[in-house]
Design a protein around this ligand. Structure first.
Ligand code: SAM
Length: 331
């Protein structure tokens, strides 16, 4: 059985990239009048505690979401955010964009911070990151944007995370709008394509714990595009020194191009991928240095959204001179 638990990684720099991109996508895709089906093939637990055993043990959120608030770059929310705990993100306007001594926040980053505030009222009131205790996973982010006609389908294989996800979604009280199943997300995707209203966004965010995940992502996306060419397909991938990881965005680009579909590839690097040696001569691995989001059929607004967000993420999350971003597109 799998040993990967997203709770160890919740709120890390890869989540910040993934979730700000997801917010930009959901915000645009839910503006239309036609129903949207959102399929999250690897959903995780839905909500995470940033002060829980897992996150505290790994400390990854310290180099991710908490770093956004270093040096008080982001001011406390005005009262309306503190009161917005149950308000839908779709109806929230971006809050005050200016922070003392810093530039205006990009809308997707502002929306991400507003969502954190809505889930953490004490944090919203005080602006003190010590009160940032709840972190939303992709299912909660997606659900925040849905209206009555939209549907969210969540798949999670790990028994413990499936149970947590089911409980977390039940608490929302949204009934049939969101379904949760303990099934293989790669396998099950084809049964939902094409969706009834012919509008869909798919997030494919595996743990890549098993090497074959890379090939499964590419095969699953190729099959999905054949079944439903106009869907928006979103893949998160790690950038690590492993041939399969380097090949994945190339394969996705090739399949999108062959299918005549547009694509966008955004990457965020926060530090060097080189091994280091500590003063005791012990060789240290750097941990995840970079990750990417590959989107097939991106909305026309996504490039500008990410062009605004990515430099701000580099400025806030970058740890050394290797920090940077790329933003490519085609089709
Ligand atoms: N998408 C989540 C988020 O952004 O909050 C994080 C997902 S985490 C990176 C990957 C999840 O996929 C893990 O919870 C793991 O248990 C689950 N998983 C692994 N293989 C799976 C499969 N074949 N089908 C569905 N879930 C799977």
């Amino acid at each position: 059985m799998f040993s990967y638990r997203h709770a160890f990684h919740a709120g890390n720099h890869a989540d910040v990239l993934k979730h700000t991109t997801l917010i930009a996508l959901m915000k645009y895709l839910t503006q239309k009048d036609t129903a949207l089906t959102v399929i999250d093939t690897h959903a995780g637990a839905g909500l995470y505690r940033l002060d829980g055993d897992y996150t505290e043990t790994s400390g990854e959120a310290l180099d991710g979401v908490f770093r956004l608030f270093a040096e008080h770059k982001v001011p406390p929310a005005p009262k309306k955010h503190a009161q917005a705990a149950t308000q839908s993100m779709a109806s929230q306007k971006a809050g005050p964009a200016k922070a003392p001594g810093s530039e205006a926040l990009a809308p997707a980053l502002q929306d991400y911070i507003d969502l954190l505030r809505s889930l953490n009222p004490q944090f919203a009131e005080s602006g003190d990151p010590a009160h940032l205790k709840i972190y939303p996973g992709s299912p909660f982010i997606e659900q925040q944007f849905l209206s009555g006609r939209d549907r969210l389908k969540l798949f999670e294989l790990h028994p413990t995370d499936f149970k947590s996800l089911t409980g977390n979604i039940e608490q929302l009280g949204v009934g049939r709008q969101v379904s949760v199943a303990r099934e293989d997300g790669f396998e099950v995707l084809k049964t939902f394509l094409p969706p009834p209203a012919r509008r869909a966004m798919v997030l494919c965010d595996p743990s890549y714990e098993i090497k074959t995940d890379y090939a499964r992502v590419a095969a699953c996306m190729a099959d999905a595009v054949k079944r439903f060419a106009t869907g928006t397909y979103v893949v998160w991938y790690p950038i690590i020194p492993r041939p399969e990881a380097h090949d994945l965005p190339r394969k996705l680009k090739t399949l999108a191009t062959k299918a005549g579909r547009s694509w966008l590839n955004a990457t965020l690097t926060v530090k060097s991928s080189k091994l280091t040696t500590d003063p005791d001569g012990e060789v240290k691995r750097p941990g995840l240095p970079a990750s990417g989001m590959f989107v097939i059929n991106p909305p026309h607004t996504l490039k500008a959204d990410l062009q605004a967000v990515l430099p701000q993420l580099v400025a806030r999350l970058g740890q050394d001179r290797n920090a940077g971003f790329t933003l490519d597109h085609g089709g």
